[in-house]
Write a protein that binds this ligand. Structure first.
Ligand SMILES: Cc1ncc(COP(=O)(O)O)c(C=O)c1O
Length: 373
C-alpha cells in the first residue's frame, strides 16, 4: 500500500494552480476596468453559461438560494401556495420556498438515485400546489421526462435546483434547461464555482428573464427609477469574469470527476455493507459528490479522519427534522427514506486534481476499516 498522507475532502489549490495565471490576469483586468457591478464581464458570462447549457437566458445573481428564490418569485408563487421538494435536499431548496411565503411539501427520493421519486409526486398534489422543484442531487439529474409530464398534466411550474449538477444531462439534454425558471449556485465547491458567492437563474422565457434582471437590481431598469419592489441580488463583475475562465474547463473537469468516480466504483465493489452510488441509465452524472452508504457510517468517518482523510455528510439532518421547520410539525419516521440516507451517507473526497494514488489510499482505508486489511 502507498504511504499514507493527508487527503482533504476538497483541495481548491489543485483546481486553481493550473489556471492561476489566467485568474490573476482576469483580476488585474477587472481591477483597472473601473466598473465592478453589472457590466460587460457579467454579460459575457451570462451569454456563455446560457450557451453552455443550451438555454435562451441566464441571469447572474448573488448565490444559489437567491436564484431559487427569484425563480419562484417571478413565477408568482407566494403565500398560501405549495411547492413540492425532495425530502432529502440541501436546506437552501426549502428555504427558497419559505422565503416567497409558500409551504414546502416533501416527497421521498428513490433510494437508488437519491433523487425525488416521480412515482410519489402525484399523491401530494393539492389545489394549492403551484410548482415542483426537482433537485439534481450529488450531480445526478432527476427523471425530468416524468417530472415535466406530471407538471404539464396538473398545470404546475417546474423550478430545477441545478446547484450540484452543472453539465449533467437527462436523455442528452442538460439540466437547468427543462424547468420554467431554474436556479443554480456557483458556491466555490460546486462543479463550476466562483471565488466567492455566486448563482444564476436559467430560463427559456425572455419575459421571465427580464423580470429577474429587474428584481435582482432594486426593481429598476433605469437608475433611480423603481418599477417594482426589488432586491440587491447581483453577481459582480469580478466573480463573473472568474466564472468565464473556469467555464472553459468545466467539461474537462467533469471528465476527471467521472474517472475518479469510476475508480472508486471499481475499488469499493463488495466492500463491507457499502452501498455505492447508482446512475440511472438515462442520466449523465457529473459527480459533484461521491456518496456511499453504510450502517457503520460514523465509525467509518472516524477511521478515515484518524488516517488523515477528509469526508463529509450530505446531509446529516433532513429538512423536515430541522429546528427551523419545527412549525411544520413533522416527526422522525415521517420521511423514512430521507432519514435513512441522512443516517448512513458519507461523501468521499472527489476533486479535480486528485490523483489515482490518492483514490487508492482512500479506497484502501475504507477496506481496512471493513476487512482489517
Ligand atoms: C442543492 C443546493 N441547492 C441550493 C444551494 C444554495 O446555493 P448557495 O450556497 O449558492 O446559496 C446549494 C449549495 O449550497 C445546493 O447544494
Amino acid at each position: 500500500m502507498k504511504e499514507n498522507k493527508h487527503i482533504p475532502f476538497l483541495a481548491f489549490n489543485r483546481l486553481h494552480d493550473p489556471i492561476r495565471e489566467e485568474l490573476m490576469s482576469v483580476f488585474e483586468k477587472e481591477l483597472v476596468k473601473n466598473w465592478y457591478i453589472l457590466g460587460s464581464s457579467l454579460r459575457e458570462f451570462e451569454v456563455s453559461f446560457a450557451e453552455y447549457l443550451g438555454t435562451a437566458h441566464s441571469i447572474g445573481v448573488s448565490n444559489g438560494l437567491d436564484a431559487l428564490f427569484l425563480s419562484l418569485k417571478v413565477l408568482g408563487i407566494g403565500l398560501g401556495d405549495e411547492v413540492i421538494v425532495p425530502s432529502n435536499t440541501y436546506i437552501a431548496s426549502v428555504l427558497a420556498v419559505s422565503h416567497v411565503g409558500a409551504t414546502p411539501v416533501f416527497v421521498e427520493p428513490d433510494v437508488r438515485t437519491y433523487n425525488i421519486d416521480p412515482k410519489r409526486i402525484e399523491a401530494v398534489i393539492t389545489e394549492r400546489t403551484r410548482a415542483i422543484m426537482p433537485v439534481h442531487l450529488y450531480g445526478q439529474p432527476c427523471d425530468m421526462g416524468r417530472i415535466m409530464n406530471i407538471a404539464e398534466k396538473h398545470g404546475l411550474y417546474v423550478v430545477e435546483d441545478n446547484a450540484q449538477a452543472h453539465g449533467s444531462t437527462w436523455k442528452g439534454k442538460r439540466t437547468g434547461t427543462f424547468g420554467h425558471c431554474n436556479g443554480t449556485s456557483f458556491y466555490p465547491g460546486k462543479n463550476l464555482g466562483a471565488l466567492g458567492d455566486g448563482g444564476a437563474v436559467t430560463t427559456n422565457s425572455g419575459e421571465l428573464a427580464e423580470k429577474i434582471r429587474v428584481l435582482r437590481n432594486y426593481g429598476s431598469q433605469k437608475k433611480y427609477y423603481n418599477e417594482v419592489i426589488g432586491y440587491n441580488m447581483r453577481l459582480d463583475e469580478l466573480q463573473a469574469a472568474f466564472l468565464s475562465v473556469k467555464l472553459k474547463y468545466l467539461d474537462q473537469w467533469t471528465e476527471t470527476r467521472r474517472k475518479i468516480a469510476a475508480m472508486y466504483h471499481e475499488r469499493l465493489q463488495g466492500v463491507g455493507d457499502l452501498i455505492l452510488p447508482e446512475t440511472h441509465p438515462d442520466a449523465e452524472h457529473v459527480w459533484h459528490l461521491y456518496v456511499v452508504r453504510t450502517r457503520h457510517r460514523d465509525a467509518l468517518q472516524q477511521h478515515l479522519k484518524e488516517k488523515g482523510i477528509g469526508s463529509l455528510i450530505h446531509y446529516p439532518v433532513p429538512p423536515h427534522l430541522q429546528k427551523a421547520y419545527a412549525h411544520l410539525g413533522y416527526r422522525r419516521g415521517d420521511f423514512p427514506i430521507a432519514e435513512e440516507i441522512a443516517d448512513t451517507c458519507l461523501s468521499l473526497p472527489l476533486w479535480v486534481g486528485m490523483g489515482e494514488g490518492e483514490v487508492d489510499v482512500v479506497s484502501s482505508q475504507v477496506k481496512v476499516f471493513f476487512h482489517g486489511k
